[in-house]
Design a protein around this ligand. Structure first.
Ligand code: SF4
Length: 341
């Protein structure tokens, strides 16, 4: 394909869709991947003040909570009994609970459920743990592995452009360090994902810059499994964005990401921020994954996403089939578990 990366958004949506679909279908045909998972968000008390955040306890969301380690293990056990193969553990940055609290959540879940895949702690959390414990990134990552973390989620990337980042999440992990932490994780032979929060105050070139930084790291390490463009949710936060992000712009962004990030295997249309309907349409625009059943979700739903109670697996399978795709249950590392023909 011959195109200038900076001008990709200038193509109309159908042309972009065709370009992205060609790449997607070469890689995965009509398969749509999903997994059976459960999100656990142990605490919403945070030392940081990201303006887009509706999850952390603050004036707009005055309901601070911190789950006990036993409660986290209980949630994981219940999810496992309902068929979950992965727990996705991400939290706010709560200095009160201490470094060991976070590590012990993973340790105790792994002790009770050695078979479950634990995807835990974003690079922003790793940076916070490093500050909290005065340990280096290397030491924190080694502790995570020792505790039982299997893979890292892609959160905390937001937008790498430093000017925008400074406005929306000053004080959080820098872009450079976010990339450095994933590089160190990949060097350990481990996999991770990468997100991008879009639809707030960034522009298209910032998105392209974000994707290009990921593409370059992927060329070096090959450690990213999936790219996840997250649609900014507008409720209950301090960013005060008035403009709507249109469905066309969301689909164009999915398509552009599929075209640019041809070296990252999967593009995930994360249904909590897309809505399930648009996430299914996005499968025609380069995405091949829709995330999972989730069972319960607190971070995006605090900002208005309809993901509070997750999705029923039968409904998810029905919806994927009805959209003309083949549902494939996968594990956290994209090994196929079951194809629903
Ligand atoms: S996005 Fe994460 S780090 Fe930022 S305020 Fe919310 S919980 Fe804290």
């Amino acid at each position: 394909m011959n195109f200038e990366i900076e001008k990709l958004y200038d193509y109309d949506i159908f042309t972009l869709g065709e370009m992205a679909k060609e790449i997607r279908e070469k890689k995965f045909g009509r398969k749509v991947f999903f997994n059976v998972n459960r999100h656990i968000n142990p605490t919403n008390i945070c030392k940081d003040i990201c303006k887009f955040c509706a999850f952390s306890a603050n004036r707009k969301n005055p309901n601070p909570y911190t789950l006990t380690i036993e409660e986290c293990v209980g949630i994981a056990k219940e999810a496992y009994s309902k068929g979950a193969k992965e727990v996705h553990v991400v939290s706010a940055h709560n200095p009160e609970v201490g470094y060991d609290y976070y590590m012990n959540i993973v340790k105790e879940i792994k002790k009770e459920l050695p078979d479950i895949h634990i995807k835990a702690f974003t690079a922003a959390e790793v940076n916070f743990f490093s500050e909290l414990s005065s340990k280096s990134y290397d030491e924190v990552l080694d502790d995570m592995i020792e505790a039982g973390v299997d893979s890292m989620p892609g959160g905390g990337a937001e937008i790498f452009d430093e000017t925008v980042r400074n406005k929306i999440c000053k004080g959080k992990v820098s872009s450079e360090n976010w990339l450095k932490i994933h590089k160190l994780w990949h060097k350990r032979g481990r996999k991770s994902n990468a997100t991008m929060l879009f639809g707030h105050i960034e522009n298209r070139l910032h998105r392209i810059d974000h994707m290009m930084r990921l593409k370059r790291l992927q060329e070096e390490t090959g450690g990213f499994n999936a790219f996840i463009p997250l649609v900014y949710q507008r409720q209950n936060n301090y960013l005060n964005v008035k403009e709507f992000l249109t469905g066309t712009e969301i689909l164009k962004t999915v398509a552009v990401s599929r075209i640019i990030l041809d070296n990252i295997p999967h593009i995930k249309a994360y249904w909590p921020t897309f809505t399930l309907n648009l996430a299914l349409v996005a499968q025609e625009y380069g995405a091949d994954d829709i995330d999972g059943t989730i069972q319960k979700e607190s971070i995006q739903s605090s900002a208005g996403a309809a993901s509070k109670n997750g999705l029923d697996m039968e409904e998810l399978i029905y919806q994927i089939k009805d959209a003309g795709f083949v549902p494939v249950e996968r594990d956290s590392l994209y090994n196929e578990i079951k194809i629903y023909k």
